[in-house]
Write a protein that binds this ligand. Structure first.
Ligand code: DC
Length: 228
């Protein structure tokens, strides 16, 4: 079974996907991490994002791997562990722009579909239920009030990068979230949007465990739909 979780920034997609995977014994994929890894490569190679030839050259040489260490996923680009750096300010400020490039999406979507063959998996991202897995059995779309999401993102960044983020304010976090949400949902290719058959969950007032419970209820309700 394939479960897709799409949604806005800082709705807790990764946390939820991870918890749900544990609950169900599924594997899970954070597809945003792939866009972040490719953005890291572009920064490392000084790729000019306006130059198609340079982008094609970079995407054709993109070597991306995942390894497990102490139960945690680590992301490798050309064997370099980039798990931390891809969450930092440099990659974060550029990744939404990189994710609008058709050739980049085509390559990463191809990899995502290969990973889905013959497994029970949860894929989280922006276009999982609409474009990558339109036939997924269960689709979830997470939303949340921007102020709540900005508070979450601020806390996460300050914990992860205390020095780099010490001056970041709630207003700045909110502005960044709004800016990236606009890019993600208005781009031409695979914009962030709810699939018609997705269950929408507003996460503003819910804990991660409560969200997982709701998703499990959605999953159970499918059985009813199929047998009726
Ligand atoms: O979920 P995230 O913040 O790590 O995602 C990083 C960026 O990648 C974000 O701007 C949206 C984009 N993305 C995408 O376009 N399609 C996906 N399937 C996943 C992420």
């Amino acid at each position: 079974m394939i479960i897709t979780i799409d949604g806005m920034i800082a709705t807790g997609k990764s946390t939820i996907a991870k918890k749900l995977a544990k609950e169900l014994g599924y594997i899970f994929f954070d597809t945003g991490a792939m866009y972040r890894c490719f953005t890291f490569l572009c920064l490392k190679r000084n790729v000019n994002l306006e130059d198609k030839a340079q982008i094609l050259e970079a995407i054709n040489h993109f070597k991306f791997n995942i390894k497990f260490q102490h139960g945690e996923k680590h992301y490798l680009v050309d064997s370099e562990d980039v798990s931390e750096i891809i969450r930092g300010a440099g990659v974060t400020s550029l990744v939404s722009q990189v994710a609008t490039i058709p050739e980049v999406r085509e390559k990463l979507v191809g990899i995502q579909r290969q990973w889905a063959v013959g497994v029970n998996a949860i894929f989280e991202g922006r276009d999982m239920g609409t474009v990558v897995f339109p036939k997924a059995e269960l689709k979830i779309f997470l939303t949340g009030r921007p102020e709540v999401r900005a508070t979450r993102r601020l806390a996460e960044l300050k914990t992860r990068f205390p020095e780099e983020m010490k001056d970041l304010t709630l207003d700045q976090a909110l502005e960044d979230i709004n800016r990236r949400d606009v890019i993600d949902s208005t781009r031409e290719i695979s914009p962030l949007k709810k699939a018609d058959d997705a269950f929408a969950i507003d996460t503003s007032e819910l804990t991660p465990d409560e969200i997982v419970m709701k998703i499990l209820e959605c999953k159970d309700s499918l059985k009813g739909r199929k047998s009726s």
